[in-house]
Structure formats: structure tokens, C-alpha cells
Design a protein around this ligand. Sequence first.
Ligand code: SAM
Length: 232
Amino acid sequence: MPNAFWIDSVEKDRVYLSPSEVNHLKVLRARIGELFTGLDGKGNFYRFQLEKLSKRETIGKLLSVEHVSRDMKKLTILVAATKWPRLRLVVEKAVELGIDRIELFNSKHSIAKVSKDKLEKFHSVMREASKQCLNPYLPELQIMGSVDQIALSGSTNLLLDFSGKSLQSFADKIATSRNVRILVGPEGGFSKDELEKFQHFSSAVSLGKRILRVETAVIVSAFFASLQMGRF
Ligand code: SAM
């Protein structure tokens, strides 16, 4: 069960819960008058008292709001498309790790493609993760068709590649950057053309000799970057 509930809108002293929360609340045997926590993906935690629970409308009486400021620094992951179960994990873990922006693109070696049709599916995973881990912010999500749509200027770009220098050697660079982007290839690795395009704007970074799955590479590198950015 989630640790918080998704708030669709707030009007005066009432919070309106997403219709998808009715089931969760019913499974919890929630009673009218009970206190709960809600969030909206925009940095707000709501404390509310359940007033109405029905399929048509679920409403709470707003007791308090806490706004959490966003970190001035920004951590982005740019991940090549792969099969849904792995991408699902990437998106879920990105929310848990507090990653600010997720960019997905179709690499030449991607075994499955992403498209904007999947946006709602990704958003649903992000909302569930946010309620579970109590991250009040949802990452921005951009789905890009091809590498041509990717712009890497204005950030410290770390391209995960076996030929690179150790991640540890980038600790200071990450710590002093306001904008860090981690580039992760598909299961088949980046293509020659992609490497040529990206290498111009990025530093190659190795995570050691073992070949990590896409989602493991994301978790390990994003955690390290977050540590250097003072987030943990
Ligand atoms: N056969 C592929 C290759 O040789 O590149 C393996 C790809 S790996 C499953 C998926 C992506 O994770 C890689 O493209 C790379 O970006 C990243 N990755 C995985 N393990 C890594 C490591 N030890 N060092 C650097 N990057 C790694």
C-alpha cells in the first residue's frame, strides 16, 4: 500500500483525490474522518481528513500543506530505449533516487522502441513510486524519437562506456556542476555514430569491468552523482 495518496486538485480547504485512489483506500478499509497524507508531484505534501469516498468523487478536508523546495542542482538521465520491464524499473528507481529529469531515446541498438504513446504508462509508474517513497516531485519526462533530437549543451555529461575513466575520478566535477546528465546505452551498447555524436559533448565514464544491465547502470551512477551533489 502507498504511504501517501495522489491529489488531483485543491480548492479552498478541500483536496480532491485521483479516482485511482478509491481502490487503495477501500483495501485499507479507510474510514471517513481518518487522517492521511497526499502529494501532487509539484513539491507539496497535504495532510487531510477523509470526508467522502466514492467512485465518483473522493474528497478530504485539508488540514495542512508543506511545500518542499526543489534542489537548485539538476540531475538528468538520458537512457536508450529497451524493453518495458527494464524501462519501468529505470523510471521507478529514478523517482526513488530523486532524479530531476528522465530523457528516453531510441538508439540504433535498442531492442524495443519508446514513443510518446507510452507517456501515461510512465507517468502512472512515477506516481506510484512517488507515493511509495514520499518523493513530492515527479521527474520531468521527455521521450525523444531519435538521437537527432538530443541537445547536450549546458550540462556536465557523463557517458557510461567501458572505455571511460572511473566514475570516482569525476567526483569533483560532479560536485561543482549545477547540471549533471548521465547517458546510458541500450542492451546492445551505443552505436558508433551515437558515440561519435555524444563524445563531442561528454566524458566517457566506466563503472568497472562487469557489464551492468541498463537499470543497474542508472542506479549505481545516479546514486554516486547524488552523493557528490550533496543529496544523501
Ligand atoms: N553489450 C553492451 C556493450 O558492450 O556496450 C552492453 C550494454 S550494457 C547492458 C547497457 C549500458 O549500460 C551500456 O551501453 C553502458 O552505457 C552502461 N554500462 C553497463 N555496464 C557498464 C560499465 N561497467 N561501465 C560503463 N557503462 C556501463
